[in-house]
Design a protein around this ligand. Structure first.
Ligand code: K1U
Ligand code: ZN
Length: 170
């Protein structure tokens, strides 16, 4: 198992759409284990493959308080979405940035599990939010894309300032 580097915004590789997973084999199982280890070590509740520069339709998550209920969703597709919920989101590719985003409140997701079985499951609350955030990553979309231009401009300035400070202290 290994802890992998997470790409940071505004890295253009985060904008690349991911391709479907074709084979659920030992290699994919190794990638899933590495992604889970990376997610737990970064204290995340989810991680999408493109964030670690693997442009595959694969996400892992664990929204349990006990941090012992890992899930891997291969080729996930939202087949139904209902209602709306506003909630705070963070992103391991934008450390320290938290913003409120509106998402569907309940979703039904079709996916393959890590054994390759086709499943369809309903999610609500934080798991539903997390899956929508991660599927956005698979499509090259980031939660900051939902913010107003004013908020995005403020965020860009904040990140540029942080980069300048890092460069002067190095
Ligand atoms: O995909 C990622 O970058 C991981 C991200 C997932 C996520 C968090 C919150 C809402 C939707 C999706 C994180 O795990 S960020 C860190 C985190 O654990 C967190 C941040 C805010 C609220 C809850 C958890
Ligand atoms: Zn994210």
């Amino acid at each position: 198992m290994a802890i992998l580097d997470v790409l940071n915004y505004p890295d253009e590789r985060l904008r690349r759409p991911s391709r479907p997973v074709e084979a659920i084999d030992e290699r994919l199982h190794g990638l899933i284990e590495d992604m889970l280890e990376t997610m737990y070590s970064e204290q995340g509740i989810g991680l999408a493959a493109p964030q670690i520069n693997h442009h595959l339709r694969l996400l892992v998550m664990d929204t349990s308080d006990s941090r012992d209920q890992p899930l891997a969703l291969v080729n996930p597709e939202i087949t139904e979405a209902q209602g709306e919920q506003e909630g705070e989101e963070g992103c391991l590719s934008l450390p320290g940035i938290y913003e409120t985003v509106a998402r569907a409140a309940q979703i039904t997701v079709c996916f393959q599990d890590r054994e390759g079985f086709q499943r369809e499951e309903a999610f609500s609350g934080l798991p539903a939010r997390c899956i929508q955030h991660e599927i956005d990553h698979l499509d090259g979309k980031l939660f900051v894309d939902y913010l107003s231009k004013l908020k995005r401009d403020r965020l860009r300035k904040k990140l540029e300032k942080e980069k300048r400070l890092q460069a002067t202290s190095a």
